[in-house]
Design a protein around this ligand. Structure first.
Ligand SMILES: Cc1ncc(COP(=O)(O)O)c(C=O)c1O
Length: 284
């Protein structure tokens, strides 16, 4: 999408914590890249002010829920800046699609600001449980993107089986809001359990991405292996793939988890992670 929406004369403004695929999209476009401080609409405003009057279009890219720390963009603040400065806004709802909002369409849906977001992208590999993704927008020339995005033009289409799976799952997401309620319940249960253990999480807003901050790389790797041996698989995230060089054990909560499973995960994090942090505190 970014390679179709922007070209060498344009500028893309990226949140500093953007997912690697967003950086890659930016490189593909050939546009000038300007990073602004994570979730900081005032910093974006300052940077836009500096380039006022320059030629070319301006595209700002945000994420609904950030993939590493689980926090979300303060969309209303960014929309205020958009009204003041004028730019195109693209939201990557990879982690928020199927999760946030009364219709499950993501952060813009939750914030009631869908009309202010020009382009939305998302993946079918998370809440949809399949493979592939989508780009959407109301722009009258939106369809011409099909002829402007090299990665889209020079790749085979998804298989009918993948498309059918995604359609069936998206319909379920739309028609069964109780799944989102269950996901929120599970996320809160895990988050509160971690907090009760005294663990430090990536952010203080509950989402299905719950990252536990760990002291250093060797202990994070050791704990990840211990959890796996005990039957809990989480994602390990280490520098340089993380913001602020953090070492994270990143949990992805599902609506299909049972309360018993969530409680077991909390118990094992208590045995492995909280115990390790106690050791670090004692030796430090
Ligand atoms: C914000 C964001 N955008 C895009 C993607 C890419 O999704 P996929 O791997 O399904 O292409 C991810 C995957 O982690 C993501 O977190």
């Amino acid at each position: 999408m970014m390679s179709g929406l922007a070209g060498p004369k344009d500028t893309i403004y990226l949140d500093a914590d953007s997912h690697s695929s967003i950086y890659d999209g930016c490189t593909l476009s050939g546009a000038k890249l300007v990073r602004f401080r994570h979730n900081d609409a005032t910093d974006l405003d300052k940077r836009l002010a500096r380039s006022e009057g320059e030629e070319g279009g301006r595209l700002v890219v945000l994420e609904g829920i950030y993939s590493m720390l689980g926090d979300r963009a303060p969309l209303a603040d960014f929309v205020e800046v958009k009204k003041k400065r004028g730019f195109q806004l693209l939201a990557d709802e990879a982690h928020s699609f199927g999760v946030l909002g009364p219709h499950g369409r993501g952060l813009a849906d939750e914030a009631g600001l869908e009309d202010e977001v020009d382009f939305v992208v998302g993946t079918f590999s998370k809440s949809v449980g399949a493979i592939g993704g989508f780009g959407a927008g109301d722009h009258p020339l939106f369809d011409t993107l099909r002829y402007a995005m090299r990665p889209y033009m020079f790749t085979a289409s998804s298989s009918p089986a993948s498309v059918a799976t995604s359609i069936a799952a998206v319909r379920k997401l739309a028609r069964e809001p109780e799944r989102r309620a269950r996901l929120q319940h599970n996320s809160e249960r895990l988050f509160n359990g971690f907090k009760a253990l005294g663990l430090e999480t990536g952010c203080d807003v509950v989402s299905p991405v719950i990252a536990v901050k760990c002291p250093d790389e060797p202990s994070t790797i050791a704990m990840w292996n211990e959890l796996l041996a005990a039957g809990v698989y989480v994602n390990i995230a280490l520098p340089p793939g993380t913001p602020s060089k953090l070492c994270l054990l990143r949990c992805s909560v599902s609506a299909a988890h049972t309360d018993e499973e969530i409680d077991k995960i909390i118990e094992l994090f208590g045995d492995v992670v909280a115990a390790d942090q106690g050791k670090h505190a004692a030796s430090g």
